[in-house]
Design a protein around this ligand. Structure first.
Ligand SMILES: [Zn+2]
Length: 291
C-alpha cells in the first residue's frame, strides 16, 4: 500500500460543520465535497443522512445539538446510509430495499457494517406527504420518482425555505445510470429521464424566490435555477442538442468499474452521467412533450 495515501477516515469520516442559520447545520466530509444536514427544532433535531459509517458521526452530531435526534436518509446509497447502524432506528424510503445491495453487499463501502453499534437498526418507512415535526419546525417528505436511484426522498422545510434534494439535483451532475447493484432493479432510460423532468417540475411548484436547493454533493446551498437547467437538459437530450462528452472529469466516478461505459451529457451548467448506449436510445429521437 502506498505510504502516502491518507487513512480512510481522513476522506470518509473527517467531519466538519457550519451553520446555515441559527438552527441548521451543514456537516461536510469526503474532503468537503459531500454533506449531511442537521435541522433543529425546539424539541427534536433531524439528521439527513449518515455517511459511510466511519469516524463516529453520532458523537460529532451530539456536539452540535442536545436535542433527541431523528435520523433519516435522502436515499439508500453507501455514502448516505452506511452509517445508519450508529443509531437504533432510521427513517427511509420504501425503495431502500431495491437499492439495498449498493449498501449492504460485502465491500460496498469502506467499513464492515457489522462493526457499528446497531447493525440491525429499525427501519421506519416514510411516505409522500409525511410531516416530521421538530417543535416549531416541520419538514415535509416527498417521494421522488426513480431517477438517480430507486429510494430518493426530498425533504421540504417551508419555514426555512430549504429544499433538500439529495443526489437527485446538484450543481455538477446527477448520476443517472443504474447504481443499485441490484440485477432485479428496474431501469428504463426513457422513464428515468422523464422522471428527472417530473421531479424537477414538482419541486418547482413548491419553491419560490428566496428558497434554495440543498443537495448532498458539490456545493450547497445552490440556486433554484438548477431545476430549470435540468429541465433544459432533458429537452436537449430529446432534441439531440445536448453535448455528449466521453471524458467524465470526475475523480471518483472514473474509478467505478462502469466508467468505460459512461458518458457525461451536458447542457449549460448541468449534466448527467449515464451509460452512453442507453442515452443514445433516446438522444435526438423525439421531444419531451411528445412522450
Ligand atoms: Zn446517491
Amino acid at each position: 500500500m502506498d505510504n502516502q495515501a491518507p487513512p480512510l477516515e481522513m476522506i470518509f469520516g473527517n467531519y466538519m460543520a457550519w451553520k446555515l442559520d441559527e438552527t441548521s447545520w451543514c456537516i461536510s466530509f469526503m474532503e468537503g465535497t459531500e454533506y449531511i444536514y442537521l435541522l433543529e427544532g425546539t424539541e427534536k433535531a433531524l439528521l439527513l443522512d449518515t455517511g459511510y459509517g466511519i469516524g463516529r458521526l453520532r458523537a460529532f452530531v451530539e456536539t452540535l445539538t442536545d436535542k433527541p435526534v431523528i435520523v433519516a436518509n435522502t436515499h439508500f446509497h453507501p455514502d448516505h446510509s452506511a452509517g445508519n447502524g450508529e443509531w437504533e432506528e432510521v427513517y427511509l424510503s420504501a425503495g431502500w430495499e431495491t437499492d439495498a445491495p449498493s449498501v449492504l453487499n460485502p465491500g460496498a463501502g469502506p467499513v464492515d457494517l457489522n462493526t457499528l453499534p446497531h447493525p440491525d437498526y429499525k427501519k421506519i418507512i416514510l411516505h409522500d406527504g409525511d410531516v416530521i415535526n421538530l417543535g416549531g419546525r416541520s419538514v415535509t417528505v416527498l417521494e421522488a420518482l426513480p431517477a438517480h436511484c430507486n429510494s430518493s426522498l426530498f425533504f421540504v422545510d417551508e419555514g426555512h425555505r430549504m429544499l433538500f434534494s439529495g443526489d437527485e439535483f446538484e450543481s455538477h451532475q446527477t448520476l443517472m445510470y443504474d447504481n443499485s447493484s441490484n440485477p432485479e432493479a428496474p431501469y428504463h432510460v426513457e422513464k428515468r429521464i422523464e422522471n428527472l423532468r417530473l421531479n424537477a417540475m414538482r419541486l418547482k411548484e413548491i419553491v419560490s424566490d428566496g428558497w434554495y436547493l440543498l443537495p448532498n454533493h458539490n456545493g450547497t446551498p445552490i440556486s433554484l435555477a438548477y431545476l430549470d437547467g435540468y429541465l433544459q437538459l432533458v429537452d436537449s437530450i430529446h432534441e439531440g442538442t445536448a453535448v455528449i462528452e466521453d471524458k467524465l472529469n470526475h475523480r471518483f466516478i472514473e474509478m467505478d468499474p462502469k466508467a468505460p461505459e459512461l458518458c457525461r451529457v451536458r447542457c449549460g451548467d448541468v449534466s448527467i452521467f449515464i451509460k452512453k448506449q442507453e442515452v443514445l436510445k433516446i438522444y435526438g429521437k423525439r421531444r419531451a412533450h411528445e412522450l
